[in-house]
Design a protein around this ligand. Sequence first.
Ligand SMILES: NC(=O)c1ccc[n+]([C@@H]2O[C@H](COP(=O)([O-])OP(=O)(O)OC[C@H]3O[C@@H](n4cnc5c(N)ncnc54)[C@H](O)[C@@H]3O)[C@@H](O)[C@H]2O)c1
Ligand SMILES: O=C(O)[C@H]1O[C@H](OP(=O)(O)OP(=O)(O)OC[C@H]2O[C@@H](n3ccc(=O)[nH]c3=O)[C@H](O)[C@@H]2O)[C@H](O)[C@@H](O)[C@@H]1O
Length: 346
Amino acid sequence: MAKNSANGDHQTTTKPPPTPSPLRFSKFFQPNMRILVTGGAGFIGSHLVDKLMENEKNEVIVVDNFFTGSKDNLKRWIGHPRFELKRHDVTEPLLVEVDQIYHLACPASPIFYKYNPVKTIKTNVIGTLNMLGLAKRVGARILLTSTSEVYGDPLVHPQTEEYWGNVNPIGVRSCYDEGKRVAETLMFDYHRQHGIEIRIARIFNTYGPRMNIDDGRVVSNFIAQALRDEPLTVQAPGTQTRSFCYVSDMVNGLIRLMEGENTGPINIGNPGEFTMIELAELVKELINPKVEIKSVENTPDDPRQRKPDITKAKELLGWEPKVKLRDGLPLMEEDFRLRLGVSKKI
Ligand SMILES: NC(=O)c1ccc[n+]([C@@H]2O[C@H](COP(=O)([O-])OP(=O)(O)OC[C@H]3O[C@@H](n4cnc5c(N)ncnc54)[C@H](O)[C@@H]3O)[C@@H](O)[C@H]2O)c1
Ligand SMILES: O=C(O)[C@H]1O[C@H](OP(=O)(O)OP(=O)(O)OC[C@H]2O[C@@H](n3ccc(=O)[nH]c3=O)[C@H](O)[C@@H]2O)[C@H](O)[C@@H](O)[C@@H]1O
């Protein structure tokens, strides 16, 4: 009987997990672990693929519909014998034989997830159902990249995994945050009802190289604006906070969670908390001291504060982030300079 709950007895399954593929425990030869990454052509997904491909025992299959992701992010792996890329929309069923599923497919930037909200919900709900169905059929372990947005505009600070959140169910962000909440529910229902081995990561704002230049998220916006000599657009009031995690730390946390014994949900993020004004000032200091900072209108339901409590990640996964914002921003700047063709003035 699986008893791998992080949060208490109500999450303990009564069913044994489905039988994993015989390859997973084969004594006769060292098998490759076959790993599916949905959304693997995106920002976090492509960094995850890089890390998984470092292990020569892994075979990696990426499925992506290329809505916000790009083949460019995976170009170093295309043609590699342990790698496969498939254009596929997770709202359609998928038949592959795998041992682990990292389920990331979903637009993450508010601009993109609000662009076609019905599609965002379908991706979160039908897409997660399809991946759980696949996990059930082949006996794979599945990890969902959920989000700190399940806490909505949080009334508890910092956010612990026990907090149930403060989410507007009918707002313009609901397609994403309520979509992810349903996806978490589906994960636990499949775990309790069918014994599926699940892992849920609640990811907090992550940044790094390969973010889309016009992605719309704050770190990529500020860096692109600083490099283009355009004013940094701080959305009012500017005192709202976020906690920014560098992508290599995030990927290590996701792999720790997948390989460990805890279902989660577990917060994965960097607890260093900054107001958007502080972030703009830091980008200005590090990248372009001459750039202007201007206040612009905000969008509805923007969470006012966000900071992960990562006690569980530390205790249960032995994980904590290493890269400070001040050190991570220049790494992202380098990548943005290359892609924008803006060299550093000496
Ligand atoms: N980056 C963050 O700060 C953050 C924070 C919390 C949660 N997350 C979660 O992590 C995951 C990855 O985020 P990201 O920042 O890399 O975003 P991203 O937009 O760069 O990547 C998402 C990928 O999913 C693909 N995709 C979208 N809909 C799909 C569909 N229906 N079928 C197949 N592929 C589809 C996109 O083309 C893209 O390659 C998402 O699930 C997101 O919700 C990210
Ligand atoms: O980490 C999370 O859980 C979620 O965080 C982000 O959502 P959000 O925090 O709203 O991300 P941004 O769009 O980067 O906005 C962050 C803050 O920056 C502000 N902002 C954004 C853009 C900009 O140009 N200027 C600016 O001040 C926004 O008002 C907001 O307060 C992600 O985009 C979601 O995918 C993710 O699930």
